[in-house]
Design a protein around this ligand. Sequence first.
Ligand SMILES: [Cu+2]
Length: 145
Amino acid sequence: MPKFRHSLVAALLAVLSMSTLAAIPAIVYKSPTCGCCEDYVSYLKQNGFAVTAINTDDMSRVEKQFHVTPEMASCHTVKIGNYVIEGHVPVAAIKRLLAEKPPILGLSIPGMPQHAPGMGTYQPGTLDVYELTADGRTGVLYGRF
Ligand SMILES: [Cu+2]
């Protein structure tokens, strides 16, 4: 069925070029030895982000630079547009953030909870995602993802 095959190829090309256009740049700052950070990089790539990974031995400097307080800190820090994404935050939360554009610094999942993306099998609906606020407040819930 050459005709069918041809339209299938055309459809695939259309999807590919669409996803290329839609790729959102994400800069991931991480320690060179962090395995779960690598897994999170793969997760972002699989979900259509154009990831640049930057290795650093001084994550506390990066956290300070992006106003991530020690209470809200995790293993890696991601810059997407003007927002900061700290830790193993699910893409659904990032997409909602980018769509709603709230006046906050970004999002965080402090620490490294099991079942977060890059921390084993992600279980949707089990993770509290917090807001990073300009005044450094902690515990402001953005949503459960
Ligand atoms: Cu981690």
